[in-house]
Design a protein around this ligand. Sequence first.
Ligand SMILES: [Zn+2]
Length: 350
Amino acid sequence: MEEDDEYDDHGDESTQNVMKHVWNLIAHNAHLAVFIVFVMETERDPAALFFYLLTDPVHYHKNLKDMQKWAYEIHSTFLLPDAPLRVPNITAQIVNEINSALEERFDQDEEHKKLFVKARFVAKNAVRLQLNDFKAERSAGLSRFSGPSESDLKTCVDNVAKEIQVINDHLIPVIDTLSHDLENCTNRTLAIASCLATIMSKIFNAKSSRNASFLDRCPMFLSDKKSKLFGKNVKKIPLMGHNFELKQFTHPTLCNFSKGTIWGIGPQGYACQNCDFNVLKRFVNRVEEPCMEKSRKVTKTTQLSKLASDLGLPLMRTAAPLPGRESLRIFSTNPDELDIGKCNLSLYHS
Ligand SMILES: [Zn+2]
């Protein structure tokens, strides 16, 4: 059972009642904004709350390909073992089931609609506990974070302008503390900023001049716009012999530079078309490791030159075996003198 089964208090818009159940909380944007700020300001872990909000089925893409991209963005941000904003108590079994659904069965039997059901159940329990803390601390006046008054919150229920004002007044200071150095912040801070940008823009529809620059810069889930946070999305980057192409990853892949899993909002990184090197977008210009295909050639050339030199024989370029290519061959005037003349020691340059 994913959703609450108590629907007995409809119509009672007191804060205590709105905050009674998770389903009712997420139907009230101002209350939800205040709860988000409580979680952040009291240094509780916001991972379960953000995951739960962003995987609400109302946000599912209709197009299967977009759905698959989005699913990996969420999976790599919240659920994989080294995800920067990992939801607590997600079991290895839950992660493995999602991994195999992403890789093998995504387009079968509406598999994608069931993808996050178990993880949402775990997350919702965590949110429920935080909500209980919020209610207890607020009613006892104990919390470091007090939030708007009961009457202000009640006004928001049928006044959209007031609702947007409460959301902005409380969330923008939190966003300001996160957003001053998005290029150099930790993965976790960037993930939190992306969640808040998405919630502000897609759930609260609270775009304003006060948050426009943040929403413009910060990568967002559920968005068609590609973030330019780590530079323009250059499609091809030749570097260290690599032929890097911008890529939207859709299943777990290692970043060969940072050694972490490639995560987050796509296109997340670059993949070399000549070798198996993959790298997160933010690190692509720092790659110093040469392309493996290139280095294999280099190694072969070096070995061949050394061998030729040891044998006292010249290393010759020979006629191209294929159009546009040439080969290097150890040249011996007397093939009987050395078996090497019969060996296939040629190297093809493209
Ligand atoms: Zn390469």
